[in-house]
Ligand binder design. Structure first.
Ligand code: FE2
Ligand code: FE2
Length: 336
């Protein structure tokens, strides 16, 4: 279930590489792994993004029936490294290369004519589209703050203290019922969705997988700690106004108390986190390690690039009355 510690089942493959990986993981790990083909195909496509997602998931909850020893299997890590290098070079080629200060100030100015999913849902949202939005977001929010927690031992002094202060809020300020992943699970239930961890993995398209893979990639490599802080900052700075729009949209579509609490919490918390992340985390980190400035900018830009791709997938499909999910609608709109 979403809030206990059990492992989800393995997903279905989406092509040669992911299918081969899933076949391997169902077996006991061996020092020599035969049967993992060289990664082929678009790195942002369904097959390779799912393969990367499954590799990373071994560091979180793993999968039912998969030996935990796979997490540190050297051959699998080598194979994952090839996917990661391709992912990173695609991001470096496509992400905006604007300086950090410019990106940070752009984040603070909300466009009047925004076009993202929260704008769409507030203006024209239907219940089935909100359900899709929650499904798309569930892979991350059911493990909210976990990928960023890997930054904690890699930050020091005042930057670490400010970072942990934000993470402490994400983990419910010491109260299990207020952990953000728990609030998200409660909201899913309010919208008739299953909050089991990774329950909708088979329905989230490559664009949604890539958003989470980015955090895991940055989180698992100490050398990318600056990029992880950039990704984290982007979320904390931009989330408050979007969350407020989502509260309006969900309320209009019949959400109960539990159906808006997650976003209500983020309207308030992220207004505070925005200040903490800018001054406390980025400001302090740059004082200690000024050479990380370009990495922080890269993390922010790469995260924005992938968030935009996912937003476009949702809005362009919904505008045409179509599902944004992998494999189409969860169920008929009339029954949603
Ligand atoms: Fe949160
Ligand atoms: Fe936050």
């Amino acid at each position: 279930m979403g809030v206990d510690g059990s492992s989800p089942p393995l997903p279905d493959g989406r092509g040669l590489c992911s299918a081969a990986l899933l076949r391997q993981l169902a077996r006991p790990p061996t020092p020599i792994v035969r049967g993992l083909p060289p990664p082929r195909g678009p790195i942002l496509g369904e097959d390779l993004q799912l393969a990367l997602y499954v590799c990373y998931e071994l560091h979180y909850r793993g999968f039912d029936g998969v030996d935990p020893e796979w997490e540190w299997n050297p051959e699998l890590l080598g194979w994952r490294g090839r996917l990661e290098r391709a992912f990173l070079s695609a991001l470096r080629a496509e992400a905006d290369s604007a300086p950090l200060a410019e990106q940070l100030s752009a984040l603070l100015t909300e466009p009047l004519d925004g076009t993202g999913p929260s704008h769409f849902l507030r203006a024209h949202g239907e219940r089935w589209q909100v359900r899709e939005y929650l499904v798309q977001r569930s892979l991350y929010h059911l493990k909210e703050a976990d990928p960023q927690a890997w930054a904690i031992p890699r930050l020091h002094g005042a930057a670490q203290a400010a970072f942990v202060a934000i993470e402490f809020d994400e983990y419910g300020d010491g109260h299990g019922e207020r952990v953000h992943s728990r609030l998200f699970a409660d909201m899913m239930r309010d919208f008739g969705l299953d909050p089991a961890y990774n329950h909708y993995l088979d329905r989230v398209p490559a664009e949604g997988l890539a958003v989470v893979n980015l955090m895991s990639l940055f989180g698992l490599h100490r050398g990318l700690r600056g990029a992880l802080v950039g990704q984290f900052a982007g979320v904390e700075i931009a989330s408050s106004p979007g969350s407020a729009r989502l509260v309006e949209a969900l309320t209009a579509l019949g959400a109960g108390e539990a159906g808006t609490r997650f976003y209500r919490e983020h309207v308030e918390a992220d207004a505070v986190h925005e200040q903490l992340v800018r001054r406390g985390v980025i400001g302090e980190l740059l004082r200690q390690e000024p050479q990380l400035e370009d990495d922080i900018a890269f993390g922010l830009a790469a995260s924005a690039l992938l968030e935009d791709r996912l937003a476009q997938r949702m809005v362009s499909n919904w505008t045409k009355g179509r599902s944004s999910l992998h494999l189409g609608l969860l169920d008929a709109p009339a029954g949603s």
